[in-house]
Write a protein that binds this ligand. Sequence first.
Ligand SMILES: [Zn+2]
Length: 219
Amino acid sequence: MRIVLVGPPGAGKGTQAQYLAKNLSIPHISTGDLFRSNISQGTALGRKAQEYTSSGRLVPDEVTIAMAKDRLEEADAAEGFLLDGFPRNLGQAEALDAYLRDKEVTLDGVLDLEVPEDEVVKRIAGRRLCRKDGAHVYHVSYNPPKTEGVCDVCGGELYQRDDDTEDKVRVRLEVYHSETEPIIDYYKAQDLVVTISALGTVDEVTRRAMEALGAAESV
Ligand SMILES: [Zn+2]
């Protein structure tokens, strides 16, 4: 299956992408991983991306598109993939379509994770990370530490990322509305979009997603 996952920040895309990719036996290709691996391997694209990010500028679409295409050329993506974070705007969606047309394949679906705006703000603004180990993640309401401000696992101090404040989340949502949402209409015109609610437990959302993709029986 060839799938694109879309949804606002805070929808749990990364988590769902991992489970769905595993259930469907396809690689999970996230923009974050593309950047990290290109930069850590010092590829030409990685160096170019770094020039932009280190000066606080947005990486141009052509660099992101080239990284995505390189990744899609790898053997494990030949029979399917789940894209997470790409395409993030209309230009990228059109480039992906052109690439797939060239390969004479098509997307099977675009899974749209829907979350009410206030829930997005609550989810992100309540997030707390451990200073010692960023993998230790908490939420003030949904997953609070035993002692406020202290990591249960390693005793590290918990903090809120600069990007996770309510004001910043609202800005990220605006960017999502203006840049990414248009790709949903673009894919709707191709009859590819399935929208599901991203509320509930991780398992519930995964099950809903698998059903929506008509792939529940292959689990
Ligand atoms: Zn910790």
